[in-house]
Structure formats: C-alpha cells, structure tokens
Design a binder for this molecule. Structure first.
Ligand SMILES: [Zn+2]
Length: 316
C-alpha cells in the first residue's frame, strides 16, 4: 500500500498530543490524552501506543499507510539511538522509546528534542519556509533552541546542540536549574521574570504588581505595558539578556532568520523591539543586515506540527 501519511507525537509532562497528517503537513486527525507521568515509564509508553492507534482510527487510516512516526520530547535525549536520557517532567531514564513503538507498528520512528522538532516545524510549515539557515528559539518557562543548517536539523555530536538556555550570560548571575550560574534561562525565561519580580516585591519594592495575588511573567509584561516602573525595569533587563543570547547565536550561526516562539514572545512588539536594539548594538553589520528576527507562526501547535514535520523530514 502506498505510504502517504505520517504521525506526529508531541510528548509533554502533562499531555501527549498526536496528529495524523499528509506528507504536505495537512492534518487529518488529532488526539490528545493526559501523560499521567506519575504512573511510570510503562504507563506512559502504553499511553503513547494507544494514542497512536486512536489517531489512526480517527483518521480512518491503516498502519501500512503510514510512512513514519516523529516524536518530540523534552531532553536530554539521544535521537540517534532513540533513547530519552532523562527529563524532569517525565518518568523516563535511559529509556528506549523508539524500539517498542517500531516493534509494535513496524513503522520507522524518529525521536527528537521538542525544540528541535519545533524548529523543523517552523522551517517546513511556518515562519522559516523558503529559508535554508534558520534558528528557532522558544522562550517560555524555559529557553530552548534548534538550528536548521543548509536545510537539515543540526544535532551536534551527542544530539544536544543549541542548548541556548544554558549558555552563560552573566558569570556571577543567579543559579540555574541545571546547576550552572547566570544561564540565559535563569535571566530571561518566563520563570526567571516571575522569580525576579516576586523577589523585588518581597523586598518591599513599590509596584502595581502588588495588587495581584500571584505574579507570573504575564502580569509583569501587562504592568510594564501600563507604565509600572518596577515591571518595566525587570522586562527591560530580561529582554536585554535575551537580546544578548540572540546576538550570540546570530554571531555564531549567521542565520537568515531567527524565529522567536514560546509564551514570552507572544508579548509581541516590546520583545522584538528590544531584541532588535541589542542585536543592532552587538552584531556585525553584515550579520544583522542579513538576518531578520520574526515571530513563530505555529505557536500553539508548534509541538505536534513539529513532530509531524520531523516524521516527514526524516523519511525523505
Ligand atoms: Zn542552566
């Protein structure tokens, strides 16, 4: 039977999203279930297998019509071996995820970290269409990135290239979840913005943020927009660090575009204005004049479309 479809699986700490798609990325059916990570690795594996079966049934397709399966997962992982090494929100540790899926369905299956999968999605179907060299950066609770070099995803030696969130921006900076100090993620992620705001409030700073019971990065952006001084200062500093991170990646990779995705990038103009200002100050003219920083096109579906795109790219 002609294999004209692929399946994408976006594996997250809270939900597993699957999509059945044509080879042009057009989605035929979708199915999402809770991950139930607390149930352990066999439980989660079982849920992935049954979600794949369900999305096939919903799309009215058979296993032998499927060309490949792509899985996007938080890392670190070994995509060449199909193993999830470890990840904070999932029960897997050195877990061979690809093998049982290939054994069950007899379909070539590819595993990739979720930022790389999202990068492939933007490259094939989003803001990176018609480019050859692209960097994708997601800024939300954490900061992740993926690079397309000459039309292919760049993995590096251990498949963990482009851990932009864990590059050191401030040597004496705050401790990061990874153990290092002054990582970009500890300075400019949504989590970092919220942490800094809450620390300042606790220390007695005057701010309209005091009227909120819970302050996340969303409230800090909101109040900054309304002119609150503390919020504006926090956002300005965080975006300065983000801009330095983006400038560094432009200087290293010389991409045609940098695609900014994730929750923080949804704040829009304020983010892009500041990041562009920093790039103008810090990058060579030839680099900055030949690179655009653009918003992601697939924000809400970046995970599952990224997994679909991974399946298509790897099966070509
Ligand atoms: Zn770190």
């Amino acid at each position: 039977m002609e294999k004209r479809y692929v399946i994408g699986v976006d594996l997250g700490g809270t939900k597993i999203s699957t999509a059945l798609a044509e080879l042009n990325g057009n989605i035929i059916s979708e199915y999402t279930i809770p991950t139930n990570a607390a149930g352990g690795e066999q439980e989660v594996l079982g849920r992935i297998l049954s979600a794949i079966e369900k999305v096939l049934a919903l799309g009215d397709k058979k296993v032998d019509e499927i060309k490949s399966i792509g899985i996007g997962s938080p890392g670190p992982l070994d995509s060449k071996k199909g193993i999830i090494l470890e990840t904070p929100n999932l029960p897997f540790e050195n877990f061979h995820l690809v093998k049982p899926i290939e054994e069950r369905f007899k379909i070539p299956t590819y595993l990739e970290n979720d930022a790389n999968a999202a990068a492939i999605g933007e490259f094939m179907f989003g803001a990176g269409k018609n480019t050859k060299n692209m960097v994708y950066i997601t800024v939300s609770t954490g900061i992740g990135a993926g690079a397309i070099v000459d039309g292919r995803i760049y993995r590096g030696n251990t498949c963990n290239a482009l851990e932009l969130g864990h590059t050191t921006i401030l040597p004496e900076g705050p401790r990061c979840n990874c153990g290092n100090y002054g990582c970009l993620e500890a300075l400019a992620s949504g989590t970092a913005i919220a942490r800094i705001a809450n620390e300042k409030l606790k220390a007695g700073a005057e701010s309209s943020l005091k009227s909120y019971e819970v302050v996340t990065s969303y409230e800090v952006f909101e109040e900054a927009r309304k002119g609150d001084k503390l919020s504006s200062d926090i956002i300005d500093k965080s975006l300065e660090y983000l801009g330095i991170g983006v400038s560094n990646i432009i200087t290293i990779m010389d991409p045609e575009i940098v695609v900014l995705g994730g929750g923080v990038s949804l704040a829009g103009e304020i983010v892009f204005d500041k990041v562009n200002k920093v790039i103008n100050k810090r990058c060579f003219k030839v680099l900055r004049e030949n690179c655009r920083v653009v918003p992601a096109a697939l924000v809400k579906q970046s995970g599952v479309i990224g997994a679909v795109a991974l399946a298509i790219m790897e099966s070509q």
